[in-house]
Ligand binder design. Structure first.
Ligand code: CP
Length: 315
C-alpha cells in the first residue's frame, strides 16, 4: 500500500473517524512499528510535515531516519537511459533500491519546479520512487498533491463543523513568491469526496488544472463566495495556465476581518506557513475563529493513520 494521492483513500469518512480515534489515544499502537524504520527524504524545506510525520512514526514505535537531499544527498538523475555526464551523480534506480534496504516505508517531499508543467505533472521524483523502491511510499508533498495535508484538513473540518453540510470556501490570496498548486489540488480532490457546499474563489486567469477541479463550483467574486460560509480555507497558488508565474498580486484578495464578516462566523484555515497581512490579516489569524494551529496538530494523526494502515497492511 502506498499513500501518494487522495485517490488512495477508500473511504474518507472512515479514515477521518479512525484518525479522530487515534488522536484520543495516540500511543495505543506503540508496538505496531517496533523494529520498523521510516525513511523521510526531503528535496525541499518543511516544518510541519517533517515533525508531525516523525512524531506519528514515534507514536507507533518506529525508528526514523531523515535525509535532506538539498544539501546532504547526491544529486539524483530521474530519466531512464540518461547519459549522466553532467550534474547528477546517482540514478534514482540505485538510490531507491538502496534506501529500500534500510527502510520499511519511504516518505518523500519533492515540490514542483514550476518551470515545466509537463515535468511537474509527471511527478518525476515521486514516480521514480514508486517505480524503483521496493517498500511503500508516502507523499509528504509532491509536485501536484499534498494528501497528508488534505487528510488533516478533513479531520479538522469534521471536528469544527456545526452543520451536517457546511459551506466551505477555498480562496486564493496573494503571495510574493510563486507557489505550487499541490496543497489546493489535494484539498479540492478531498472536498469532492465530502458532503458539503464547496466553492473555489480566485481571480480570473487563476484556474487550476481542470482534471482536478472537474465540476467544482468556481466564483470569481470573493465577497460573494464568502457569503454565509462556515469555513474559509485561504491559500495562494501560482498561475497554472501561465505556468508558475505570478500574474496577480491584488491585496484586495487578502482575507481580512471585514471579509470574514460576510461569512456565517466561519472558521479560518490555512496549511501554514502563512504570510501575515499578505494572505490573511493579523486580526483574522489571531482571532478565535482561526483554527490553523489545531489544523497543524492534526497533521500528526493524519500521518499516524497512514503509517498505521501501511504497517498493518504489511503484517
Ligand atoms: N503545511 C505544510 O506542509 O507545512 P510544512 O511545509 O512546514 O511541512
Amino acid at each position: 500500500m502506498n499513500y501518494t494521492s487522495i485517490k488512495d483513500i477508500d473511504s474518507l469518512s472512515k479514515w477521518v473517524k479512525s484518525a479522530i480515534k487515534i488522536k484520543k489515544n495516540p500511543l495505543k499502537n506503540k508496538k505496531l512499528g517496533k523494529n520498523k524504520t521510516l525513511g523521510m527524504l526531503f528535496f525541499n524545506p518543511s516544518l510541519r510535515t517533517r515533525l508531525s510525520t516523525q512524531k506519528a512514526a514515534l507514536n507507533l514505535g518506529m525508528n526514523v531516519m531523515v535525509m535532506n537531499f538539498t544539501n546532504e544527498g547526491w544529486t539524483l538523475e530521474f530519466e531512464d537511459g540518461a547519459i549522466m555526464n553532467s550534474g547528477a551523480s546517482e540514478h534514482i534506480k540505485e538510490a531507491a533500491e538502496v534506501i529500500s534496504q534500510y527502510c520499511d516505508i519511504i516518505a518523500v517531499r519533492a515540490f514542483a519546479g514550476l518551470v515545466d508543467k509537463e515535468k511537474d505533472n509527471a511527478e518525476i521524483v515521486m514516480s521514480g520512487f514508486l517505480k524503483y523502491a521496493t517498500v511503500p511510499i508516502v507523499n509528504m508533498e509532491g509536485a501536484t498533491g499534498h494528501p497528508l495535508q488534505a487528510l488533516a484538513d478533513a479531520i479538522t473540518m469534521e471536528e469544527y463543523k456545526t452543520t451536517h453540510r457546511p459551506k466551505i470556501v477555498l480562496s486564493w490570496a496573494p503571495h510574493p513568491k510563486a507557489l505550487p498548486q499541490a496543497v489546493v489540488n489535494s484539498f479540492i480532490e478531498m472536498m469532492q469526496l465530502q458532503d458539503a457546499e464547496f466553492i473555489i474563489t480566485h481571480p480570473e486567469g487563476y484556474e487550476l488544472n481542470p482534471l482536478i477541479t472537474k465540476d467544482s463550483k468556481i466564483e470569481y467574486n470573493q465577497d460573494k463566495a464568502f457569503e454565509n460560509a462556515d469555513f474559509i480555507y485561504a491559500k495562494n497558488w501560482s498561475n497554472y495556465n501561465d505556468y508558475g508565474k505570478i500574474t496577480n498580486s491584488d491585496p484586495n484578495w487578502t482575507v481580512t476581518a471585514d471579509k470574514m464578516k460576510l461569512t456565517n462566523n466561519a472558521k479560518f484555515m490555512h496549511c501554514l506557513p502563512v504570510r501575515r497581512n499578505v494572505i490573511v490579516s493579523d486580526e483574522v489569524l489571531d482571532s478565535e475563529n482561526s483554527i490553523v494551529i489545531e489544523q497543524a496538530n492534526n497533521r500528526t494523526y493524519a500521518a499516524q493513520l497512514v503509517l498505521q494502515k501501511i504497517l498493518k497492511n504489511g503484517q
